[in-house]
Design a protein around this ligand. Sequence first.
Ligand code: NAP
Length: 495
Amino acid sequence: MTLAQTALHSMPDMPDIAAAARGLYVGGTWLPSSSGRTIPVVDPSTEAVLAAVPDATAEDVAKAVEAAASAAPAWQATPPRKRSEILRRCFDLMIERADMLATLISLENGKALKDARGEVAYAAEFFRWNAEEAVRISGEYALAPAGTNRIIVDYQPIGICLLITPWNFPAAMATRKIAPALAAGCTVILKPASETPLTAFALASLYEEAGVPAGVVNVLTTTDPGAMTSAILADPRVRKLSFTGSTGVGRALLAEAAKHVISCSMELGGNAPFIVFDDADLEAALDGLMVAKMRNAGEACTAANRIYVQNGLYEAFADGLTRRMQALRIGAGASEQTECGPMITRKAVDKIDRLVLDAKTRGATVLCGGDVPEGKGFFYPPTVLADVSPEAEMASEEIFGPVAPLYRFADEEELVRLANATEYGLAAYVYTRDIARGLRVASRIEAGMIGLNRGLVSDPAAPFGGVKQSGLGREGGQRHGILEFMEAKYVATSF
Ligand code: NAP
């Protein structure tokens, strides 16, 4: 046990970090890497090493595919009601262990405890929702238009699924895939982000306790995700790749999957506009922005990345926002007081710093924040930038940090043009008291999800996903999420 681990064990609701780092989870057993190599997991609040997890080899990867394949027939044959009850038990256990899981997330990801608790609740909800979906997978039956025969459509599990997830929601991005895949009757191999594997491993233990059979969920960590992915997708038993992460990696994975014509679901990057019309309720818009911008300290794909405020409300909005951002308490993730935790890595801080310097060079005014603090931990302060140029790099690149850039607009036409001037199309937010205008703008904005007078869109009961280069497919929602893990089989028959 490392020094950091020893200190942590004296805190309440402490996760068992050593248990979470005990091995790769393959076929219901915990395996050390067959190479003996490990990957350090760093606490971004302190830069201390929390643990080391195994670096899987090609041999380990082959074992995981074999385990998922061996478990597949029995899991597919398990009655939906039984699958549903196991998923429901996963939900119950996550809620029972919510504080421990939230602490673990805060430690390895750095997010504030209140954000981590919100993530656990959201992540658990995918099990409850999909427990309910599992018993409602209905097919179709119709008379062919020609009247010659009947059309029967059955939905079957797609096969073994490779699930790849990012570090910014270590629990929710995994359960948003695992729960529908299991509800559909698929077995899976999860590859969590190298920065935050402990939550994925802790959850794997919990699934086992809930009754998920050995081999149905397998978890692998690696320093060479490209090679691992190529090896897994080359196995003809693997039929699905579900990825959440950056658009750049998503593009490379689509090319890899194309070699084997694998079904892909892609939840990729975002560049969300947050739009405030003159007639908006100012306090409600500020409240909404604080959620849309500062949940996870800005490290969210749905984070408000470009804040467009109509000329008449601009000054009041900038003042109100600056006051709120300045009041946020910065600190270590796993602390009750913290409202804005550290970024995930030093590299992430450097990127934010580069984007802010670029915006300043192009004429932006810093209303608060804007400088990297000295000392340990990957911190960046809550920052507000006024009059940012549409040419600034942060207008087209994800900031992924606590920086709120303000842009002015005059009218709806200009606003729609500016908001759509991006390759991304994940989330957007619109604040106005004129509901007709709100719905009209929502329909004109090129995004998969719109918050209308609301700064939060994520809900397991709603289809989550993007258009343009923000992705392919949807997660959650009625049938949307589960059908990503199923194939339609059509039988033509006459009698
Ligand atoms: P990332 O660099 O694309 O990594 C995501 C995952 O892909 C990690 O597990 C990573 O593994 C793995 N990976 C990296 N290179 C790979 C390769 N060549 N082959 C196979 N896997 C590979 O993204 P990130 O920095 O972790 O996450 C931030 C991004 O995710 C942002 O763009 C954000 O908008 C997006 N995101 C989207 C959604 C959504 O629902 N649309 C949700 C959350 C985040 P390693 O960690 O081992 O490198």
